[in-house]
Design a protein around this ligand. Structure first.
Ligand code: BTN
Length: 269
């Protein structure tokens, strides 16, 4: 029998959390864990519910892109949260989850994991994880936020168009990984970080740690937002999670982590 499944009983063997992952929703195949999480949230799913699947047939990436999760190979997981803070703060949760995934990879595998702002985790210059946060909110109040995490676990090959910029834990570690302990480590790390985040409702407690593993830091970046392009040197994030980019004329631009893409000038990072 293959013990490497994401079934709740496998995760629970490793999980030491207070509220995150007290309720799991698991299916062998889903269109997208984010879509299912949004539906469950509408139906009243509790804060901290986690949705997991072995395969996504219509996985979603940022900016309308797709996300591939072949059966049994990777981690496709979405956490349902019901924060008390205002909707404007929700985009920082993407950064908080990115930091948590990087820290969990460092802790589990001693991997040199970096963050490419705002939502990619990078190892050896290639993407190993992406995060997609979606919110359902009124003007002043959040109903629910779903944070989807896609980690390339035991993928051994990528389509031609991704080969230069994507990697997997198996490729980086030179061996297959067990996914359940990593899921538990990500949930534990995120729970701890989230509780700390809720004290000040910003990233001031994380800025230093985050900026230390921010791969864009002190590098030339090209920022694409709503058809506009901006180039400059990235200096790190501020307490609101905005990327500070210094343009050639030395003015500093604060980039908000919405529908924005950040690249190196010639490459992915
Ligand atoms: C990106 O880098 O573009 C974001 C990718 C996010 C993928 C994850 S996999 C689990 C969750 N369900 C989805 O449909 N997408 C996210």
């Amino acid at each position: 029998m293959n013990p490497d499944t994401l079934a709740p009983e496998q995760i629970q063997k490793h999980l030491h959390t207070k509220w995150l992952g007290q309720h799991f929703y698991y299916e062998e195949s889903l269109d997208s864990t984010n879509n299912r999480a949004k539906a469950l949230a509408q139906e009243g799913a509790a804060h901290g519910t986690v949705v997991l699947t072995e395969e996504q047939v219509s996985g979603k990436g940022r900016m309308g892109r797709g996300w591939v999760t072949p059966k049994g190979s990777s981690i496709a997981m979405t956490c349902i949260l019901r924060p008390k803070f205002p909707p404007q703060r929700a985009s920082m949760l993407t950064l908080l989850m990115g930091l948590s995934v990087a820290q969990a990879c460092q802790r589990q595998y001693q991997l040199d994991a970096w963050i490419k702002w705002p939502n990619d985790i990078v190892v050896s210059g290639k993407k190993i994880c992406g995060i997609l946060t979606e919110m359902n909110a009124e003007a002043e109040e959040i109903n629910d936020v779903v944070i989807g995490v896609g980690i390339n676990g035991n993928l051994t090959d990528f389509p031609e168009n991704l080969r230069q910029k994507a990697t997997s834990l198996q490729k980086e570690l030179g061996q297959t990984i067990l996914r359940a302990p990593l899921v538990a480590a990500v949930l534990e790390t995120f729970e701890e970080n989230y509780e700390k985040f809720c004290i000040q409702e910003d990233l001031s407690a994380f800025m230093e740690t985050y900026n230390q593993i921010l791969i864009n830091r002190n590098r030339q970046v090209r920022v694409l937002k709503s058809g506009e392009t901006l180039e400059g040197v990235a200096h790190g994030i501020n307490s609101q999670g905005e990327l500070l980019v210094e343009k050639q004329d030395q003015s500093m631009v604060h980039i908000y982590a919405g529908e924005v893409s950040v690249r190196g000038l010639d490459d992915y990072v």
